[in-house]
Design a protein around this ligand. Structure first.
Ligand SMILES: CC(C)(COP(=O)(O)OP(=O)(O)OC[C@H]1O[C@@H](n2cnc3c(N)ncnc32)[C@H](O)[C@@H]1OP(=O)(O)O)[C@@H](O)C(=O)NCCC(=O)NCCS
Length: 190
């Protein structure tokens, strides 16, 4: 279990417990209502979220950002990319969710510092994220953390009749050299 971190005067990062489920659901409901930042349009219920938190394997974690008031203002998930495949046990997937008031104040970055520490400790060597193509703030955020674009799933999300692509971005903890012809099809991989 990773240690609790104080990241700025007002925020503490700690592991989530099933008791945090109502807060996490409230945050996701807000983001789902915004319609543009996530593929999640119908968030889990509190009971479903409690079940998810209780069932996390020892190598998976949810970290929450808690304001001085005690309010959970954001969270970050680290799940195995493919829980049934030992061949992909080194690959994690990430999700980050903050209330609007706490965005662009360094909370996402602080959450990732804690998640990264956890992931390295538990022998992950790469992390993948899926982010909606139109979600420029999240793409900028993950780029800032060192993630690079590695794929695109066209028309993967449909919400309110509007379609969006999903962007795949990856981060290697150990630097990897791309093959000379990798990404040539689209010219967009960096
Ligand atoms: C995307 C999100 C997780 C980013 O977290 P955050 O706490 O706001 O980001 P930080 O303040 O830690 O930003 C770190 C860096 O990321 C980049 N960044 C973050 N938000 C940005 C934005 N809106 N526009 C441009 N760059 C941005 C910047 O480089 C920033 O550094 P800087 O502020 O020194 O310039 C948060 O805005 C959020 O929860 N959004 C709604 C839900 C969502 O889109 N989740 C992602 C789904 S995959």
């Amino acid at each position: 279990m990773s240690t609790a971190h104080s990241v700025e005067p007002a925020i503490t990062i700690r592991r989530a417990t099933p008791h945090d489920a109502p807060s996490l659901v409230a945050i996701l409901q807000g983001i789902a209502a915004e319609r543009v930042y996530s593929a999640i349009d119908v968030p889990w219920t509190v009971a479903e979220h409690q079940k998810y938190l209780a069932a996390l394997s020892p190598r998976e974690a949810v970290h929450v950002a808690v304001a001085a008031s005690g309010e959970v203002v954001g969270f970050q998930t680290l799940d195995l990319w493919a829980p049934t495949l030992t061949s992909m046990a080194h690959v994690g997937q990430l999700g980050t969710f903050l209330t609007p008031e706490w965005r662009r104040r360094g909370v996402g970055k602080a959450l990732f510092r804690t998640t990264e520490e956890f992931a390295r400790k538990f022998q992950y060597s790469k992390i993948v994220i899926q982010v909606r193509a139109m979600n420029e703030p999240a793409r900028a955020f993950y780029h800032h953390l060192g993630f690079v674009l590695c794929g695109r799933l066209a028309k993967q999300v449909r919400i309110d009749g509007a379609e969006d692509d999903e962007i795949l971005m990856e981060l290697f903890f150990i630097a990897r050299t791309r093959l000379p012809d990798e990404g040539k099809e689209t010219g967009e991989f960096n």
